[in-house]
Design a protein around this ligand. Structure first.
Ligand code: PHE
Length: 342
């Protein structure tokens, strides 16, 4: 009896087989359990002999079961370790670090340069009210400039009482918000995304501008000129930068000027600060009195300048990138080609 059960326990090759062997010996209907139940029907003499023998048998089998169980667990662990073995000598896969997008890099440079010139950063929403984007900037509803802006309008359900909203077409509404928030004097720039329904090699429906605004007691066009020249010299890292102020028109500035930068195209290469070509880089002017009034500032006491620069255009110039659309294709090969990818 004893050898048979010990052999069955040793032969068990899994937890299930071991459990079957246990039940066969020590389970309710196991052979050993049945024998123990028979003790009650024995004479005292018989019981004195059989009792200790059965108890010893039960103990032996219990120990054998535990030992076999431990052996099976150890074997299972060893098998798992063997199967999941890692080869620590394999070389690591090359990891490519992400980098800051060129437009973000250029924005950071612009912020740093203007911060040196004493300009703080102001912000406004990209979904803007019609009033901030147009009316407050002296562009009333029937003004032709509204057509030129290729505006994305936010849909309004019938009965919606909220004021009409647009995707801001320029960063100029941040002028209004900054003046309403802080009053005068003020010196801020506002970089950010703007939207116009337009798409070709030099236009994308989303692009970036940086607005500049300086209001004080006696700000003049000369200050505007100095700030922009100082900025361009620092940004393009070229001391010989030359700017041309060309009379223009914006409803929110009077007088207004568009600013071109002297450049040359030679062998498909753009060079700044030399040559006979001029490339437009920004719009600017003296803040219109009506704009000051709309923003709660008294035009009899305060005046100032404003400008709006296309950030993507500046990045194209600085890095010699011919197609604006490539900025927003998220093509890593393109980013690496221009030295932006890792
Ligand atoms: N908001 C104008 C544009 O988007 C640029 C501009 C800004 C012009 C500030 C004058 C003053 O074209």
């Amino acid at each position: 009896l004893r050898d048979r059960h010990l052999a069955a326990i040793e032969a068990a090759r899994s937890e299930e087989e071991l459990e079957a062997a246990r039940l066969a010996a020590l389970g309710k209907k196991g052979e050993v359990s049945l024998r123990m139940r028979e003790l009650g029907r024995m004479t005292p003499e018989e019981r004195k002999l059989a009792g200790p023998a059965l108890n010893a048998l039960k103990e032996t089998l219990t120990e054998a079961l535990a030992a076999r169980k431990a052996a099976l667990a150890e074997a299972a662990l060893a098998a798992r370790l063997e199967a999941e073995r890692q080869d620590m000598t394999l070389p690591a896969r090359p990891a490519r670090a992400g980098t800051v997008h060129p437009v973000s890099q250029v924005t950071e440079e612009i912020v740093a340069i203007f911060s040196d010139l004493g300009f703080a950063v102001a912000e406004g929403p990209q979904i803007e009210t019609d009033w901030h984007n147009f009316d407050a900037l002296n562009i009333p509803p029937d003004h032709p400039a509204r057509q030129e802006h290729d505006t994305f309008f936010m849909h309004r359900a019938e009965g919606d009482e909220r004021p009409p909203h647009v995707l801001r077409t320029h960063t100029s509404p941040v002028q209004i918000r900054a003046m309403l928030d802080q009053g005068a004097p003020i010196r801020v720039i506002a970089p950010g995304r703007v939207y116009r329904c337009d798409y070709d090699q030099t236009h994308t429906p989303m692009f970036h501008q940086v607005e500049g605004l300086a209001i004080d007691r006696d700000i003049s066009m000369a200050h505007l000129k100095w700030v922009l020249e100082e900025f361009c010299r620092a940004f393009f890292e070229t001391p010989s930068i030359e700017l041309r102020f060309r009379a223009s028109h914006f409803p929110f500035t009077e007088p207004s000027a568009e600013v071109d930068i002297r450049c040359s195209w030679r062998d498909g290469q753009l060079k700044l600060g030399e040559g006979d070509d001029w490339m437009e880089i920004l719009g600017s002017g003296m803040v219109h009195p009506k704009v000051l009034e709309a923003a709660g500032i008294d035009p009899a006491q305060w005046q100032g300048f404003a400008f709006g620069i296309g950030i993507d255009r500046l990045a194209m110039l600085k890095y010699g990138i011919p197609d604006l659309r490539a900025f927003f294709d998220a093509d890593l090969r393109w980013l690496r080609h221009y030295g932006f990818g890792a």
